[in-house]
Design a protein around this ligand. Structure first.
Ligand code: SAH
Length: 271
C-alpha cells in the first residue's frame, strides 16, 4: 500500500497527543474515498471537527465553499492557518467541539455539512451534542470506531441496538458507508474504524414527539439491558400502559423498534 506521509499537508513535526484522540489519516486512498463520499459543491457550507494536520481539510477545500474548522489543540492552529488562509471561505475556530455553537455558523441560511475524523474518546457525547443542531444540518460524515457505527446503524433486536442508535435514527437517516483499517492512521488506533453518513430528516416524521421525553424513556428502558421493560420502567409506565399499546411488559427494550419508543413517549406525554 502506498502511503502519503501523514504530515504532507502541513510539514509539521507535531507529536500526536493521545488525550486529544489524535490519529491522523495518512492513507491517500482512504482520504480520497471520504472526500468522494462528501463531494462538496459550489456554495456549500462545510464544518470540519478536528482538522488536525489538515489531511481531510486539504481534500475538501475549494475557493467556492465556506469551510469552518473547529480544533481544540492550539499547537495545530498556526499550521492550519498557514496551509488554508489563502482560501476566502476558510475560518479556524480554536475551540472545543463539545461546547461549540454550531448553530451560530448557519447565519446565512445555508445548511451545514459537518465532517470529521472524530476524536474517538469523545465521540458519543459529541454525537448527542450534534443531534441538537440537526435542524440546521444537511448531512454529517464521520470517521468513528466501527463499534460506534454499528450502534448508530443498528436494527432493533440486535445487540448493538440501544440509546445511541435510537436517538440517531430519530434525528437522521444513517448509512454505514465503508470500513477503514488501523493502518490508515498515524499512529494506528487499536480498533477498526468506519465512515458513517447521517442525514437529518428534512421534516420530522414524528413532529408530535417530545425529544427530551423520548431520550429519558429510552435511557430508563435500557438502564439494565437484561431486565424486562416492566422492571426498567417501574414507576414510569404500568403493565396496563404497555399492554394498551400492544407491548409485552415481559419483553426487553432491545426488541422494541424506534416507533414503539415514540408511541410510549407520546402515551406518557398525553397521560
Ligand atoms: N482530521 C485529522 C485529525 C483527526 S484526529 C485527520 O484525519 O488526520 C482528531 C482531531 O480532533 C485532532 O486534531 C484533535 O486535536 C481534535 N480534537 C480532539 N478533541 C477535540 C475537541 N473536543 N474539539 C475539537 N477538536 C478536537
Amino acid at each position: 500500500m502506498t502511503k502519503a506521509p501523514y504530515n504532507s499537508i502541513m510539514k509539521s513535526t507535531h507529536t500526536p497527543r493521545k488525550r486529544f484522540g489524535q490519529n491522523f489519516l495518512q492513507d491517500a486512498g482512504v482520504i480520497a474515498q471520504i472526500a468522494n463520499a462528501i463531494h462538496p459543491q459550489p456554495g456549500e457550507h462545510l464544518v470540519e471537527i478536528g482538522p488536525g494536520q489538515g489531511a481531510l481539510t486539504a481534500s475538501l477545500i475549494r475557493r467556492d465553499i465556506r469551510l469552518n474548522v473547529v480544533e481544540l489543540d492550539r499547537d495545530l492552529a498556526s499550521g492550519l492557518l498557514a496551509a488554508f488562509s489563502i482560501y476566502p471561505g476558510f475560518k479556524l475556530h480554536s475551540a472545543d467541539a463539545l461546547s461549540f455553537d454550531f448553530g451560530a455558523l448557519a447565519d446565512d441560511g445555508v445548511p451545514l455539512r459537518v465532517v470529521g475524523n472524530l476524536p474517538y474518546n469523545i465521540s458519543t457525547p459529541l454525537l448527542f451534542r450534534l443531534f441538537e443542531f440537526a435542524p440546521v444540518v444537511q448531512d454529517m460524515h464521520f470517521m468513528l470506531q466501527l463499534e460506534v457505527v454499528n450502534r448508530l446503524a443498528a436494527a432493533p433486536g440486535s445487540k448493538h441496538w440501544g440509546r445511541l442508535g435510537i436517538m440517531a435514527q430519530y434525528h437522521c437517516e444513517v448509512e454505514h458507508l465503508f470500513d477503514v483499517p488501523p493502518e490508515a492512521f498515524y499512529p494506528p488506533p487499536k480498533v477498526q474504524s468506519a465512515i458513517v453518513r447521517l442525514s437529518p430528516h428534512r421534516r420530522s416524521p414524528w413532529p408530535e414527539c417530545d425529544e427530551g421525553a423520548l431520550r429519558r424513556l429510552v435511557q430508563s428502558s435500557f438502564a439494565q439491558r437484561r431486565k424486562t421493560l416492566r422492571n426498567n420502567l417501574k414507576g414510569i409506565l404500568a403493565d396496563s400502559d404497555l399492554e394498551q399499546l400492544g407491548i409485552d411488559p415481559g419483553a426487553r427494550a432491545e426488541t422494541l423498534e424506534l416507533v414503539d419508543f415514540i408511541r410510549l413517549t407520546n402515551h406518557l406525554s398525553s397521560a
